[in-house]
Design a protein around this ligand. Structure first.
Ligand code: CMP
Length: 139
């Protein structure tokens, strides 16, 4: 099934100039970039994006981190895009990420874990709509 998912290349990765390498890996896997923008989120935008985590102890620190530098937001399209991108990213905690995954190779810590990807169709729909309108998505 052709699906869309949402990706963020996080501030720890943009700071190290890793956007090209990360995008290259996901394009080589067959995922297509159908929308993309580089932004510097405000604290309020980060809080809105991660609202599902607002009761978690790491919420404040996570929002501080996500607005500490620019991020690259993109919409990825392809066969089983949500599961495929999650496999490419590896486990949330880089200590548990499999060899060859983005987080194993690039993440600095559980918080500064280089990439975000949607975990389900409903979250993908919310996350895509949070950053992109219909006119900004191609394909
Ligand atoms: P992400 O996939 O962007 O979703 C929420 C983020 O919260 C997660 O990646 C991590 O970067 C961050 N985070 C920080 N602490 C934790 C934790 N204890 N459990 C899960 N996610 C955490």
């Amino acid at each position: 099934m052709i699906q869309r998912t949402f990706s963020i290349i996080k501030p720890d990765a943009t700071e190290r100039n890793l956007e090209g390498e990360i995008l290259s890996r996901l394009q080589k896997s067959g995922l297509r970039v159908v929308a993309m923008k580089k932004i510097h989120m405000s604290r309020a935008q980060a809080e809105g994006f991660y609202h599902v985590h607002k009761e978690r102890p790491f919420f404040g620190s996570l929002c501080d981190f996500m607005c500490s530098g620019p991020v690259v937001c993109s919409v990825l399209e392809g066969e089983d895009a949500i599961a495929k991108y999650r496999e490419l990213m590896g486990a949330t905690n880089p200590a548990n990420a499999a060899e060859g995954t983005l987080r194993k190779d690039f993440a600095v810590s559980l918080e500064a874990n280089s990439v975000h990807g949607s975990d389900a169709p409903e979250t993908a729909a919310f996350e895509i709509g949070y950053f992109f309108n219909a006119l900004e998505i191609t394909g």
